[in-house]
Every structure is written in C-alpha cells, then in structure tokens.
Write a protein that binds this ligand. Structure first.
Ligand SMILES: C[S@@+](CC[C@H](N)C(=O)[O-])C[C@H]1O[C@@H](n2cnc3c(N)ncnc32)[C@H](O)[C@@H]1O
Length: 397
C-alpha cells in the first residue's frame, strides 16, 4: 500500500477561490483537471471536483467503478479487495490506497479510518457472486454464494455513509426467490436510506457493450435517482477498437503489451475462419468444426461461443474469459483471432492508457482477463457518479 497523494479535501484543484461555484458549502463543486496524468486517460475534457466528500470502494478490483467516479469528480481515497494482484492497476490509475484483504478481515472501524477526517462518506461496492470460489473457506457451500452482499450491508450499517452504491449481476434479484436482494434493500430502508434500484444496460451510457447490471443507489439525504441514459446511439465495436493495430493470433503489439491475443489451435483457426460476425456456430457449413460437446442435443443451447463480434453493434457482455474465442462471442470482427486484452479493456470503456500490469511483470491472459471482465464499465460508473453528484447538489445543502 502506498500513501495517497490525492487532493486534500477543500484543496483547490483548478480555478482560484474567487471562481467558486455558488453551490452549498457542503458540496463544493469546482472545475478541475482530475483524472489527467500519465495513466488516467481522457474520458471527457474537464471534470468538476467535489470537495467535502470521499469514496471508499469495497471489492474494488482494478478500479473500473472507482475510475468512473473519479472522472465524475469524486475523491476516491481507498479500495479493498481480497485479490492482491489488483493493487498495481487500482493504485496507479486512481491515486488511491489499496487494501489487499478479504472484507471479512476489515472492520468497520478500519473502513471508517480510510475516510479523511471531517469528510462525508460515500461507500460503494460490487459484492461478487462467487465468493465461494477463490477466497471463501472450503467448507462454505453454494448457499453462501451471496453472503458477501450481507457482509457489505453489515459494513454499511456500521460505517454509516451518507451515500451507498452497489452494482451487481441481475440474477441477484431472483436468487433465493429474491430474499437476499430484499434483505439488502430492506436493511437500508429500515435505517432511513432512500433507495433506487433497477437493471441498467451499460450500452445506454456510452459503453460499446451490452451489459445488463443491477444498480442500487441509496441516500440518507433524500430521494435519489438512478442515472438517465446518456446516449441515443449506442457506441459500437468499431468506435471502440476500429483504430487499433492488426494482430495475428498469438501476437502482441510491440508498443503495447496489453494489445495481445492468445494463440489459436489449428482447429480453432479453422473455426474462426468459418465464423461470421454475429452468427452462431450452428450455421457453420462444416460439421467437423463443431465441438464434440455441442454435437449432443443439449449442446445446441450453447450458441454464444466460438463467435465473432459485429463491427457496427455494441459487443456482447464481456466476462473473465473475454480473451478466449471458445468462451463467448469474443472473436475479432474480421481478424482471425480473439479480441486482445486491450480491446477488451476499450470495450469496457477503460481509457486507452489504463495501466493494468507493472512494466516489469508479464501480461498474463487469465489474470488481466479476469480483472477486465470483472470490472464495472468506466462510463457506466461515470454516469452513476454524475447521478450522485446531481443528488448532492440538490440535497446536501
Ligand atoms: C465484480 S469484481 C469488482 C470489480 C470492481 N468494482 C471494478 O469495477 O473493477 C468483485 C471483486 O471482489 C473481490 N472479492 C472476492 N471475494 C472478496 C472478499 N471476500 N473480500 C474482498 N474482495 C473480494 C474479487 O477479487 C473481485 O475483484
């Protein structure tokens, strides 16, 4: 962990004090060049920095959510994640402290201590749906699958932030007949939070990808609204990755080690040559190319693998296997390879220069693919941040 050099609460970032906006003294909003620097990229020209408020990001990963909030003007001061491999990207791109521990081992007092003294609190998090895999004790059963949602609620109730945001997969809403989600929302309402929740598609917020996610915003200050869609015409795969250098399967761009695509076996090379953008493998002419497991009657339902993306549509939802042709429609629209890790990052709306791996370390597909596929798309996070900002301007007087 390193010391944050994030701007101090109340510190001037851009204009001199005489140009301070006339908003309340509690929500001081100023124009500033937050988010500029060697690794932060450009997601818009200028953002307004919001003083007096700080964000702690639980389950922060490599910072997709934090980065969008930062570009909406918030000071993200710290993130917590059990996966220590997220530290470099989270800290380098977000200028915030990373705490590499399972949330089970981080007390509410410790989280409270991550907020600067006197700052008002925003606590955000994307409790994962698979805690039972990497970090949960072996004895945990699948019925504990959503226990981290309950733990997130416990920490919220103890830390008492004014604002809460949660993003999650839509199946949380129906899991155990909806009881886990109801308990989360009910737990917030019971202690006085106003809650807004709905399923949003990232493509409506400038992300060149269809990705439907459950988003919850909660506030102690008054009724809060989810962000309205920000773009009438969805951004496409071409908009996002059309300008990148061509690659062969198994190659990497010498000027960007993250623009690399895995090797394909001779059989997979034949398959990708047979694949047409947006069309399933069930339409291939050559039955020999069809995987053995897909030849069974039950296999035909797995249509969304071994496919290519379409240039003029948003991409399908990226997963942690986004670099693998056999694990989704992750084939490049017209090059005979899966998309590269950099292309996956751009389809998640990370800025072009987001740094994922320390310069002295190798870029591994499984690790970086997991980091990218797990992330909240940055532009969706920005829209969430703007909705929170609008709410503070209205209610935090
Ligand atoms: C959906 S991802 C978060 C993505 C992140 N918010 C972003 O936008 O980049 C969920 C994260 O939870 C982390 N995680 C899993 N179990 C955890 C635990 N017990 N405590 C803390 N983090 C955990 C995973 O390592 C993973 O990075």
């Amino acid at each position: 962990m390193r010391r944050s050099s994030a701007p101090r609460i109340g510190q001037w970032l851009g204009r001199p004090p005489s140009e301070e906006s006339s908003l309340s003294r509690h929500v001081r909003v100023r124009t500033a060049a937050v988010g500029r620097g060697p690794h932060t990229g450009h997601l818009g020209d200028r953002v307004r920095s919001i003083d007096g408020w700080s964000v702690v990001d639980l389950f922060c990963g490599i910072g997709g959510l934090s980065h969008g909030l930062r570009h909406a003007g918030f000071h993200v001061v710290a993130g917590v994640d059990a996966d220590a491999t997220c530290e470099y990207a989270f800290e380098t791109n977000n200028n915030a402290n990373f705490h590499g521990k399972p949330l089970e081992e981080v007390t509410a007092a410790e989280i409270g201590g991550m907020f600067p003294q006197g700052s008002r609190r925003i606590l955000v998090g994307c409790a994962p749906c698979t805690p039972f895999s990497a970090y949960a004790p072996r004895s945990k059963s699948r019925s504990d699958k959503w226990s981290l949602v309950g733990l997130f609620l416990d920490r919220i109730l103890e830390v008492e932030p004014e604002i809460v945001s949660m993003e999650n997969v839509t199946r949380l809403r129906s899991f155990r007949k909806g009881s886990v989600f109801r308990e989360f929302v009910g737990g917030l309402r019971d202690v006085g939070y106003c809650v807004a929740e709905d399923t949003l598609d990232a493509a409506d917020y400038g992300v060149p990808q269809h990705r439907r996610r459950l988003v919850v915003l909660a506030s102690r200050l008054g009724p809060i609204r989810l962000p309205d869609p920000t773009c009438a015409r969805p951004r496409t795969v071409r908009d996002a990755i059309g300008g990148l250098p061509s690659l062969d399967a198994g190659d990497a761009d010498p000027s960007d080690p993250v623009h690399r695509s895995p090797n394909l076996s001779p059989l997979n090379l034949r398959r990708i040559r047979a694949a047409k953008p947006g069309r399933p493998w069930t339409e291939w002419d050559d039955p020999e190319l069809v995987a053995a497991c897909h030849r069974r009657a039950s296999g035909a339902s797995y249509r969304n693998v071994y496919g290519r993306m379409e240039w003029d549509r948003p991409s399908p939802t990226l997963t942690t296997g986004c670099f693998s042709f056999g694990r989704g429609r992750f084939g490049h629209p017209d090059q005979d390879r899966a998309i590269s890790l950099r292309e996956a990052a751009l389809l998640q709306s990370f800025p072009r220069d987001y740094a994922f791996v320390a310069p002295d370390l190798p870029v591994t597909f499984a690790r970086v693919g997991r980091h990218i596929g797990n992330a909240v798309p940055v532009k969706l996070s920005m829209a969430i941040g703007r909705a929170i900002r609008g709410h503070l301007e209205e209610h935090a007087a």
